[in-house]
Design a protein. Structure first.
Length: 423
């Protein structure tokens, strides 16, 4: 940032972090107290207005500090729409929700780039985390062979008035690579608990995050089976309303997740009817008859209600899963009971995942995002919306999986009155 500001008068660089206070306490201190002296920038060459979050250099270039935390009054981060930067830098981006990150980096290439023929760049820094950053950067890096860095094509960018291929680059860096880091800091990292030591010192992206993590990597790995033994089948369907969410079906046979399939619909037609017909088709392909519909459970909220009603009109009395419905245990809702229960069943070896599942990478990532807390003897599982913010996508594959698990645990006829079935 300093070198760019020095070379290109008048440019503006956005520097963001989830919490503005932390940004000022960390990166800004390093920039002013260590990087400036190292590069020969004297105090007469810049001004820092802390209350405005602005560092301005004598040639007119500047670094503007941006708060990337989600505000209830601005859930879509519309306030960033008026920001225009030459480049952007996001610190500790693993702590930032995907929507905020995406909006922030979209503000580059908007200030003097054309006049200076300067291609805008976004740079993000982070510690390993189990969210969209791992999917977007670390996994492609590994797939390309790892090493000191990897570069791959991503989108397009305007260069000298022409559209050319853009790229993403991942550069791994450890604390021990930093010659300016105090040695006692590294020693502190060595003494951290196992998971945090692996993450912060060793740069391990496959760490077991926290005790609050319901689906740790080791638990998922232990649940793999290479063979499917024939048994009773169950189907769980997470029904999407609109937007980027997907409708996904999960097949469970003999307590093994054997297949997951996405349903695509024409949004100009009755969505619920289309989904219902696809569910019937899939069920019949797997040997189901209308009398077996109590072994099918659907997310009966929103479009799911019309899906359930259409199924019933065809004689398929599928079970309705109400995520916010009452739990029979010490859980906030039925969703929490199903998610927690599935993790415990996997831990006991009573619920398995087929190792050749085509959607395993998506399912694994989405399961690992589920955490829980306890409050007044009630178990609270992280909400779907919060998980969506962490991952950058809706956890549809995980949702349909635990709905199928829930269905397999209580095979009741939905036409009878039951406190676990809501019509």
């Amino acid at each position: 940032m300093i070198l760019q500001c020095r070379e290109y008068p008048g440019i503006r660089i956005g520097l963001g972090r989830k919490e503005l206070t932390r940004l000022k306490q960390t990166t800004v201190v390093t920039l002013l107290k260590e990087a400036h002296p190292m590069l020969g920038v004297t105090e007469s060459e810049f001004t820092y207005r802390e209350h405005k979050g602005l560092i301005t250099y004598i040639n007119g270039s500047s670094i503007q500090l941006i708060d990337l935390i989600k505000q209830p009054s601005d859930p879509n981060f519309d306030s960033m729409g008026s920001l225009n930067f030459t480049h952007v830098v996001a610190e500790e981006v693993g702590e930032v929700v995907a929507k905020a990150r995406n909006m922030f980096i979209s503000r580059k290439n908007r200030y003097l780039n054309g006049e200076l023929k300067l291609t805008g760049k976004s740079i993000s820094t982070c510690n390993p985390s189990q969210n969209y950053i791992k999917t977007e950067y670390y996994k492609p890096y590994v797939a390309l062979g790892g090493g000191e860095c990897q570069k791959w094509k991503y989108g397009n960018v305007e260069v000298d008035g022409e559209m050319k291929r853009g790229y993403r680059v991942y550069v791994p860096s450890l604390a021990t690579d930093n010659p300016f880091l105090p040695k006692n800091y590294v020693e502190v990292l060595r003494k951290l608990p196992d998971a945090e030591r692996k993450r912060l010192l060793e740069g391990d992206w496959n760490f077991e995050d926290t005790d609050a993590m319901l689906y740790k990597p080791s638990l998922i790995d232990r649940s793999f089976v290479d063979k499917i033994e024939a048994g009773e089948k169950y189907i769980g369907a997470d029904i999407a309303d609109t937007g980027s969410d997907h409708t996904v079906m999960t097949m469970v046979e003999n307590n093994i997740v054997t297949e997951q399939r996405q349903i695509k619909v024409d949004k100009t037609e009755a969505i619920g009817d289309q989904i219902a017909l696809e569910i019937i088709k899939y069920a019949q392909q797997n040997g189901f008859e209308p009398k077996d519909a109590d072994r099918i459970a659907i997310d009966a909220i929103g479009v799911g209600v019309s899906t359930r009603d259409f199924l019933r009109s065809k004689g398929w009395y599928a079970r309705g899963f109400i995520a916010g419905g009452r739990s029979e245990g010490s859980f906030k809702n039925l969703r929490g009971e199903a998610i927690y229960g599935m993790s415990q069943a996997m831990d006991k070896g009573e619920f398995k995942l087929y190792s050749r599942l085509e959607t395993m990478d998506k399912l694994r990532e989405q399961l690992m995002a589920h955490e829980y807390t306890t409050e007044e003897r009630t178990i609270m599982v992280k909400s779907k919306q919060l998980i969506k913010e962490v991952l950058g996508v809706s956890p549809d594959y995980a949702e349909s999986c635990y709905i199928a698990y829930w269905c397999a645990q209580g095979n009741a006829d939905p036409r009878r009155n039951s406190k676990r079935i809501i019509f």
